[in-house]
Design a protein around this ligand. Structure first.
Ligand code: HEM
Length: 348
């Protein structure tokens, strides 16, 4: 009896499988016929065509140009996930954490002050041309940084607060400013580098300066040239290094009329965003040290003159060379003329 039952069960199972196979074949046949019909009535709008398009395969088109036959570019999805995923997430955290770190440093350590009192005698630190070179680079950088941050983080940070209308207006203005100020920034970097490169070559004493953390460790005066080791690293790594990468990748996107492929544009975009975030985060430290972080530094780049005490403590070897007449002042006057030409100390 049992054996018969088991046999019956197997027979039923076999029948069911056969039926399923038939149904499947019938369904597949049906699907094929539908596709064949669809190919007649709507050629190019059916599953095989969309499968090809989705795979990134190049199809036929009458439109001339590179990649015009590629309807959907599969790598585009990867780029979007990368840009809206890790780049935005970790980039955002980097920006926030650097601002917190600077805030903490300022609260715990306070500004880097002078060890001896000001003399009231001012010495020229930057010529008018040098300051124009710095500020045209700095201001164009800030416009690029703010518009770039808006394009990357705006929809997460600004949109929920200011709403679609205002955000899209800001984003539109920001995007156009970004596209036009980019080349100006590049030009100002070239001028700046040509003007300042002579004072940024590494010297042996820079290593001592770095080893002592520029005097922050142990609160001592550590001698340096016209620019200290941290400024030189910012010059080579930031302005020249990240400046070149962000400008070159920016130009690839700004002038898409060199037959770039979409893959090249996506690569340029990813490189540009990563270099841009690193440049912005690094600039926070420079801007902090160039404003509230170092007493007396800002006035040097603002009106060109610093107090002699500042020069002696922050650029000792440069100050000594100027005083000894071994080098000229930035405007070309001899160092000996320091006392005569300096404006009276401005009250702060
Ligand atoms: C917007 C805010 C900025 C402020 C307040 C600022 C302030 C200053 C100050 C006070 C100095 C003179 C420091 C000294 O006497 O040694 C300086 C130098 C310098 N700044 Fe800025 N800066 C700003 C933005 C920038 C930006 C965006 C860049 C680069 C893209 C930059 C690049 C430099 C460089 C390279 C130096 C000279 C250091 C060297 O050549 O080694 N600055 N800045």
């Amino acid at each position: 009896m049992r054996a018969m039952e088991a046999g019956m069960r197997y027979l039923l199972l076999g029948l069911a499988l056969l039926l399923a196979a038939f149904a499947g074949t019938a369904w597949a046949q049906q699907a094929q016929e539908t596709q064949a019909q669809r190919q007649q009535v709507q050629p190019g709008n059916n599953a095989p065509v969309w499968r090809d398009a989705r795979s990134g395969k190049e199809g036929f088109t009458t439109v001339k140009g590179r990649e015009t036959g590629v309807l959907i570019q599969t790598e585009g999805q990867t780029w979007r996930e990368l840009r809206n995923g890790p780049i935005t997430r970790y980039g955002g955290w980097l920006v926030v954490l650097m601002l917190i770190a600077i805030g903490l440093f300022y609260t715990l350590h306070g500004p880097i002050g002078l060890h001896s009192p000001r003399t009231g005698k001012m010495i020229e630190r930057f010529s008018p041309f040098e300051r124009i070179a710095h500020w045209s680079m700095a201001i164009s950088f800030c416009i690029l940084a703010l518009s770039g941050l808006t394009m990357l983080f705006g929809k997460h940070v600004l949109l929920p607060v200011i709403g679609y209308a205002l955000f899209s207006l800001l984003a539109e203005i920001g995007k156009n400013l970004h596209n036009f100020v980019g080349p100006i920034f590049l030009f100002s970097i070239v001028v700046f580098v040509l003007k300042f490169i002579g004072d940024n070559f590494p010297r042996a004493y820079d290593l001592t300066w770095l080893a002592k953390g520029g005097g922050v460790i142990g609160d001592a005066v550590v001698p340096s040239g016209r620019f200290n080791a941290a400024e030189k690293i910012w010059f080579w790594g930031g302005v020249i290094g990240l400046g070149t990468v962000s400008c070159a990748s920016g130009l690839v996107m700004d002038f898409p009329n060199f037959d770039q492929t979409r893959a090249q544009m996506m690569l340029a975009n990813s490189v540009h965003v990563i270099a841009g975030i690193l440049f912005i985060v690094w600039s926070f430290t420079h801007i902090y040290l160039g404003t509230v972080g170092t007493t007396g530094a800002y006035e040097g780049m603002r009106n060109g003159y610093v107090d002699e005490t500042w020069a002696r403590e922050h650029a000792q070897y440069w100050y000594q060379d100027v005083k000894a007449g071994r080098r000229e002042l930035p405007s070309g006057e001899s160092g000996a003329a320091v006392a005569a030409s300096a404006p009276p100390q401005t009250q702060h």
